[in-house]
Design a protein around this ligand. Structure first.
Ligand SMILES: C[S@@+](CC[C@H](N)C(=O)[O-])C[C@H]1O[C@@H](n2cnc3c(N)ncnc32)[C@H](O)[C@@H]1O
Length: 212
């Protein structure tokens, strides 16, 4: 579910690693400190890791280097092909998405970078509710993504992008489902997690939730 943006990723897959390297001026700030963000998510993960929206495998690569067992989930065939080309057969990357995926038996950490905004808020809540069954006490959800401290901050980001002439970015901020920190905080607390947020750049925050 939440697969309505997949055509975009089929096309973007070949140049995606150039974009995260800062080659697209509109997205430079979104991907500022990309390596540091992936390292930070990796440092917070432990045990058997379930990763959603693997993309070209950049986070997966770091998790594997840390010696963690990773089960990857990625709905775009083109992205999966690039990730498998990069990683070889050291880990399994399955077709699936945040809500519909082959469930591993036990999971210690659920991680994702730059992907959770493909779900509507209603879908985000359903996904978070379902992860409770997979994680043991002390298990974690660690997601890095664009999110906002308030709806007003989201609106301001859209108008700033328009003013800078970044029309692709403005369109993206208006059409995908960027949420607010207070929304995620309340959903996670309701489902029995303690949660904290750390800002990484003007767009991206890391959300770290621990199952109580
Ligand atoms: C911006 S890329 C991020 C890739 C990688 N995680 C990274 O940090 O570089 C977003 C990825 O999420 C995937 N995606 C899109 N919709 C998804 C969904 N509903 N569930 C899981 N992944 C999804 C896309 O195919 C794409 O590979």
């Amino acid at each position: 579910m939440g697969r309505e943006f997949l055509d975009l990723f089929e096309e973007w897959s070949k140049s995606y690693d150039d974009t995260v390297g800062g080659h697209d001026i509109e997205y430079q700030e979104v991907f500022k400190h990309y390596d540091r963000i992936l390292d930070s998510v990796t440092n917070r993960a432990h045990g058997h890791v379930l990763e959603f929206g693997v993309g070209t495998g950049n986070l997966t690569e770091r998790l594997l280097k840390k010696g963690l067992k990773v089960t990857g989930i990625e709905p775009s065939p083109a992205m999966r092909e690039i990730a498998i080309g990069k990683l070889g057969n050291v880990t399994h990357i399955a077709d699936g998405d945040f809500m519909d995926f082959p469930e591993p038996e036990s999971v210690d950490s659920i991680v994702s970078t730059y992907a959770f905004h493909h779900l509507t808020d209603e879908e985000k809540e359903k996904a978070i509710a379902s992860y409770g069954k997979l994680l043991n006490t002390g298990g974690k959800i660690v997601f890095a993504d664009t999110m906002y401290q308030s709806k007003e901050a989201h609106e301001k980001a859209i108008s700033d992008a328009k003013q800078a002439g970044f029309h692709n970015l403005a369109n993206d901020l208006q059409t995908e489902y960027y949420t607010t920190i207070p929304f995620l905080e309340s959903v996670l607390e309701e489902h029995g997690y303690s949660v904290n947020f750390e800002r990484c750049n003007q767009f991206v925050w890391i959300m770290e939730a621990e199952k109580l």
